[in-house]
Design a protein around this ligand. Structure first.
Ligand code: UDP
Length: 320
């Protein structure tokens, strides 16, 4: 099979490319290196079934050619990371909405199946835990920059489902919960790579807020298995799936665990949200997925437990 991955030089895209190649497929990636990096795919460049194009999805002619040549499209190109979203809201909204519009419109011409990556951010401030795909999305005010990401991705979801319903374009949406592993950068705010880097450098580990907020972290290898499995069964087209781990950890506990794994003497410091992000910033106190839907559909469950996930990331940063 020939796969096109937009955002293929990103953290998740590069792991997906690697696994598809390992399974004998041909992989094309399109990435403008805005948040992705050539370092993520350097080791794949000599593979005879790997092809990469450094350009933007907004280049419609090129994107059309790549989509025409593919059997399946993974659309992962997006602006992600809370820090990036708060600092560059225009870029976030435009990239996330326009790129998805272009990919869906072009894929529709030849009816190429499209996977669209969404995010657990769309659940917003919902307290209806664990989050189910059919649950309500609870967004904050438009004056609070963070919610622009959730809304841009919710629009992506609406459009993807509309193409399926109205135009019969085969599509799948997955909401990725906190995904971590080697190659993820802390540059755009993600907590695990940030803490790992701080711990290894002996710098203060910056816990935002009181550290009681919780998250569930899923290893990228588990996520990639889910992404591939979902596109292998056409019966799932037109659906939305959660992908994530269930093991909940507080951010303070996370800091302590990473400090221990890194054998670090870093102190743990608390940084108020308004200093870390912006005045009036709203965080989610908890975020837990219900993954019953994907389990029932393809038998997927996460396999890598938190200590192993953290050890993997710390080891990656130790070597790099
Ligand atoms: N966080 C933190 N210190 C950091 C970066 C993030 O305490 O250096 C917190 C952040 O406020 C949030 C959690 O860690 O409560 C997860 O943040 P991340 O940006 O990784 O993902 P999110 O779940 O917010 O999308």
């Amino acid at each position: 099979m020939r796969y096109l991955i937009t955002g293929g030089a990103g953290f998740i895209g590069s792991h997906l490319a690697e696994e598809l190649l390992r399974r004998g497929h041909e992989v094309y990636i399109l990435d403008d290196l805005s948040t992705g990096s050539i370092n993520n795919i350097r080791h794949l460049k000599t593979h005879d079934k790997f092809h990469y194009v450094i350009d933007t999805v907004m280049n419609k002619q090129l994107t059309a050619e790549l989509i025409d040549g593919a059997d399946i499209v993974y659309h992962l190109a997006a602006a992600v990371g809370v820090k990036l979203i708060v600092e560059s809201p225009v870029r976030t909204i435009e990239t996330n909405i326009q790129a998805t519009e272009i990919v869906l419109a072009l894929a529709n011409k030849k009816k190429r199946p499209v996977f669209v990556a969404s995010t657990s951010e769309v659940y917003g401030k919902s307290e209806n835990l664990p989050f189910r795909e059919d649950g309500d999305l609870v967004m904050g005010a438009t004056t609070k920059g963070r919610w622009s990401y959730a809304c841009s991705k919710a629009i992506d979801e609406f459009l993807t489902l509309a193409y399926w319903k109205e135009r019969k374009l085969p599509t799948v949406v997955a909401r990725l919960f906190n995904t971590v592993g080697p190659r993820q950068t802390g540059q755009y705010g993600m907590v695990v790579p940030n803490f790992a880097r701080q711990a290894l450098a002996g710098q203060p580990i910056t816990v935002f807020g009181d550290g009681k907020q919780t998250r569930c972290f899923c290893h990228v290898s588990d996520v990639v298995r889910a992404l591939i499995g979902l596109m292998e069964k056409p019966e799932g087209y037109g659906n939305v799936y959660n992908i994530g781990n269930h093991q909940e950890v507080s951010i303070l506990d996370l800091a302590k665990q990473i400090r221990e794994i890194a054998q670090s003497k870093s102190e743990i410091v608390f940084v108020p949200y308004e200093k870390a992000y912006e005045e009036g910033f709203e965080d989610m106190p908890r975020r837990v997925p219900d993954t019953g839907k994907i389990k029932n559909f393809i038998g997927w469950t996460p396999t890598v437990a938190l200590p192993q996930i953290l050890a993997d990331v710390v080891e990656f940063y130790r070597r790099n």
